[in-house]
Design a protein around this ligand. Structure first.
Ligand SMILES: C[S@@+](CC[C@H](N)C(=O)[O-])C[C@H]1O[C@@H](n2cnc3c(N)ncnc32)[C@H](O)[C@@H]1O
Length: 220
């Protein structure tokens, strides 16, 4: 069994801050030009393939951004309260409860997965499990795009968005992420680092990662 922060603890955090999180992050991508470039690229590379899911979608701003680009995207999250926010803000979109570490999707189903900062509460073993699950559910040739905070530290927060919480935020090294993706079977891994935008977000270096599930070669 893989140990980490319990899922109920993480769920409780996002249930507690759901409304404030939705209000704070509603215009997230409008303030971050690199997010826009990356999401535009993801949308172009997915093209006509479907379905596309946002794992750890929060209030649905990334799924909504992609849908506005023409890439209809559904959202999955652990927190029922944050999903209530997502459904209220984006009534035409599809959101459902689920666990990134134990996905209720069949193998080879999904064309594209986007997952912004959804691994931030995971231990290294949980990150590896999340990557194996993403790999399992992606179609051959499917694209996994996610973001993380670069570093080696863990930050404990007991206040977030003016609410009392109790949770750890994990940073990861590029080497760890790269090796874990390779070990899960991903190929064509591309990591794009950027400095934080001043006064817009927490001041940490971040990475956008594109990883492809290889198409199996036919035997001769
Ligand atoms: C830091 S927030 C990021 C939300 C959104 N992607 C964004 O960029 O603002 C992490 C999100 O991942 C969700 N999450 C954490 N662990 C999860 C899990 N095991 N399964 C599904 N969602 C999870 C949380 O409920 C929360 O909405």
């Amino acid at each position: 069994m893989i140990m980490g922060q319990s899922l109920s603890k993480i769920e409780k955090v996002y249930d507690t801050v759901a409304k404030e999180y939705a209000e704070t992050f509603f215009y997230e991508h409008e303030k971050k030009p690199k997010d826009q470039d990356i999401l535009c690229r993801f949308s172009q590379e997915i093209g006509n393939r479907r379905p596309v899911w946002d794992f750890g979608c929060g209030p649905g701003h990334t799924a909504s951004y992609l849908t506005k680009l023409g890439l209809q995207t559904s959202g999955l999250d652990l927190s029922e309260k944050i999903l209530e926010q997502a459904r209220a803000i984006h009534p035409a979109m599809h959101f459902r409860r689920g666990n990134i570490l134990e996905l209720e999707f069949e193998d080879n189903l999904i064309a594209g997965i986007v997952s912004f900062y959804s691994i931030v509460h995971f231990t290294e073993d949980q990150v590896k499990l999340a990557f194996r699950e993403a790999f399992r559910v992606l179609q051959p040739g499917g694209i996994f795009l996610f973001t993380f905070h670069i570093g080696e530290n863990t930050i404990h927060l007991d206040q977030f968005l003016n609410k009392e919480i109790d949770v750890d935020f994990m940073f990861f090294t590029n080497d760890f992420i790269w090796k874990s993706l390779k070990d899960s079977g991903f190929a064509k891994i591309e990591m794009i680092a950027r400095e934080p935008y001043p006064e817009v977000e927490y001041q940490s270096r971040r990475s956008y990662v594109f990883a492809i599930k290889p198409v199996a070669r036919k035997s001769p």
